[in-house]
Design a protein around this ligand. Structure first.
Ligand code: HEM
Length: 487
């Protein structure tokens, strides 16, 4: 679509234009619940609704839920307007308040000045040079997993990838072998997640969280046990005052550089205090939860796609064999594992773990030919846009070649955005790419994975894009090539 360039300044600042009427995009005639009831009878799957909106109304569409205006966007240039060009006119949508029940005021849920300060403080912990130190540990955990399988064994790939990525993020956060604590944390998280999916479906869930209803009591207890574990780790680390080079040490040592620079030379400047225990708890739980389920889902879908596309799997294994000559991968091998990276990229195109994003406008916004009131909700979906014929011919075909540098250069920036964009782009992106490629190389070096026949595969769009059913796979040890392996 040829979109007239919207003004980058807010229309609200111009008193003459403030009284201009709103201009809404085309969309649903009925309020959403009634529409869904009549049309789909399946209010549970928002992907169906988004697909329908994009197909029927094009790049921008509008509907109402109660008195709220909701705009669905399926156009890379307009997504850039929201995430980058006009980002100061938007906050993350109100559903974040419900995520605060679990995440507190961590990086994902905080807003404005406070978020910017936390992001500045946490950034050094995610710099490329720092996260490179985790590569060896990622490979070590994947190598431990690959020695545990028997040829011909069937297992749930989704559960295996959750276990692996959970261990990796826990060890990068806490450095030590925290296996027992991880199991406990994982159990609490599972209880919380089961209940959480109901909690976030309820309006204003945060206001009756203290009610003595059994499900809510269980949620509160699990959250309290999770908090106790995290606070214990923080207290131990404060007591030992030891820098283990892990994320927790870095978050504890972090000082806001901007404040330090502003204070430099001032005699009365207070010593930089870094994060309080409460802030550390919120960041640790945020990074922990953001850092494993997303990667686990990305890995599971990648193994599924490789099992359906054996030619791509063979090409990836040839690259791995040539680059590694039988030894385990290291950080330095990453430049030689480009096809493996393209496989991972193409998998996140078709099955993006963060499958949709939202923002809410804080002032009147002009977007293309439309003029929308403050308080409007905007949604856009990686899942829908990254399957668009316009940017990806034959979009359902798995084709890693779409991610050669030449092919990438033909598409607008926001035709592919699994990690979001703008000032709130995923802080763990480099971590996730490194982890994904190293896990693929380590496991595919020794094993082929095939789907157990007769399974139904479908997506389950929760907070992340999970497979709806267990992903049962058979592990087959690679014959001739495995002779080349050195352990
Ligand atoms: C394949 C893996 C991953 C995907 C697809 C993913 C996706 C995303 C997306 C789309 C956002 C932006 C959300 C928004 O703007 O509304 C985000 C933010 C975030 N991600 Fe990731 N993520 C992944 C892995 C990770 C990892 C490994 C970590 C940490 C170790 C992490 C930590 C975070 C944090 C802290 C934020 C909030 C950043 C902020 O608002 O300043 N993510 N992620």
């Amino acid at each position: 679509m040829a979109t007239p360039s919207p003004s980058a300044t807010s229309a609200q600042n111009d008193p003459e234009r403030e009284s201009e009427p709103f201009r809404f995009p085309p969309g649903l005639q009925r309020n959403l619940p009634l529409y869904l009831f009549r049309r789909f009878f399946r209010p549970g799957n928002p992907i169906l609704l988004f697909e329908h909106l994009a197909k029927t109304f094009g790049p921008v569409s509008h509907y109402k839920l109660g008195s709220s205006n909701i705009v669905f966007i399926n156009d890379p240039d307009l997504i850039r307007e929201i995430l980058v060009t006009q980002a100061s006119s938007f906050i993350k949508e109100r559903t974040q308040n419900r995520m605060k029940i679990l995440l507190g005021d961590g990086l994902i849920t905080s807003e404005g000045e406070f978020h910017m300060r936390q992001r500045r403080i946490a950034a050094p912990a995610f710099h490329r040079q720092r996260i490179q130190a985790y590569a060896g540990m990622m490979v070590e955990r994947a190598a431990a997993m690959r020695t545990g399988w028997q040829s011909g064994q069937t297992f749930d790939m989704s559960a295996a990838m959750m276990e692996l990525t959970l261990e990796i993020v826990a060890r990068t956060l806490f450095a030590t072998d925290v296996t027992a604590a991880i199991r406990e944390i994982n159990d609490e998280v599972n209880v919380i997640m089961r209940l959480y999916n109901y909690l976030i479906a309820l309006p204003r869930a945060e206001s009756y969280l203290h009610w003595p209803i059994p499900g809510l009591v269980r949620f509160r207890k699990a959250r309290a046990r999770l908090d106790a574990q995290v606070y214990r780790m923080i207290a131990e680390r404060r007591a030992s005052n030891e820098d283990r080079g892990d994320l927790l040490s870095m978050l504890m040592a972090a000082r806001d550089e901007d404040e330090a620079t502003a204070d430099a030379g001032r005699k009365d400047a207070a010593p930089q205090t870094g994060m309080s225990d409460r802030q550390l708890r919120d960041e640790v739980i945020t990074i922990f939860l953001a850092g494993y389920e997303t990667v686990a889902n990305a890995m599971t879908w990648t193994w599924y796609l490789l099992s359906e596309n054996p030619a791509a799997a063979e090409r990836m294994q040839r690259e791995i064999d040539d680059a590694l000559e039988g030894r385990l991968p290291t950080l330095d091998d990453l430049p030689r594992l480009r096809y493996t990276e393209m496989v991972f990229a193409e998998s996140m195109r078709l099955y993006p773990p963060a499958w949709a994003m939202g923002r809410q406008s804080t002032q009147i916004v002009e977007l293309g030919p439309y003029r929308l009131p403050a308080g409007t909700y905007f949604f856009f979906s990686q899942y829908i846009l990254q399957r668009s014929e316009q940017f990806y011919p034959d979009p359902l075909r798995f084709d890693p070649e779409r991610f050669t540098p030449e092919q990438k250069a033909t598409r607008p920036r926001f035709a592919y955005f699994p990690f979001g964009g703008g000032s709130r782009q995923c802080i763990g992106e480099a971590f996730a790419w490194m982890e994904g490629v190293l896990i693929l190389a380590t496991l595919a070096q020794r094993w082929n994975f095939g789907m157990v026949p007769g399974q139904t595969v479908d997506v389950q769009p929760k907070i992340t894009l999970r497979p709806k059913y267990p992903m049962m796979m058979v592990a087959k040890e690679r014959g001739a090539n495995s002779a080349r392996l050195k352990m």
